[in-house]
Design a protein around this ligand. Structure first.
Ligand SMILES: [Zn+2]
Length: 104
C-alpha cells in the first residue's frame, strides 16, 4: 500500500493530549490495585511523558500506556494514543508492572 496523501495522524513530535490525573485504568476499574485516588490535575502531555505499564491477566501480561503525574506521582492510563505512537512505545519501553495480577 502507498500513502498518496497524508491523513490527520499527528507526528510523534506534534502529538499532545489533555488528561486528568485519576490514577486508574478504565478497563480495570475497581478490580485493580489502582482504583482512583489521583489528584485530578489537568495536564497536557506529549509522547515523552508516556510510559508503558503492564498488568498480569489469567495467562499472560497485558500492556497499556500511561503517564506519571508530576504533582502526586501516581500513574493514569492514557487510552487515546495514536497507533504509531503506541507501537513505538510498546517496542522501545520497558513495562512498569502496575501491581495487578489475575494469574492462576
Ligand atoms: Zn496527580
Amino acid at each position: 500500500m502507498e500513502v498518496i496523501k497524508q491523513g490527520d495522524v499527528p507526528s510523534a513530535e506534534d502529538w499532545t493530549i489533555d488528561v486528568v490525573c485519576k490514577k486508574e485504568r478504565a478497563t480495570k476499574g475497581a478490580r485493580g490495585t489502582n482504583p482512583g485516588g489521583g489528584c485530578k490535575a489537568v495536564l497536557k502531555i506529549t509522547v515523552k511523558d508516556l510510559v508503558l505499564m503492564s498488568w498480569h491477566g489469567t495467562h499472560f501480561p497485558h500492556y497499556y500506556s500511561a503517564f506519571r503525574c508530576p504533582n502526586c506521582g501516581k500513574y493514569t492510563e492514557v487510552t487515546r494514543v495514536p497507533i504509531p505512537i503506541w507501537k513505538n512505545l510498546y517496542a522501545t519501553k520497558e513495562a512498569i508492572p502496575d501491581g495487578f495480577d489475575d494469574s492462576v
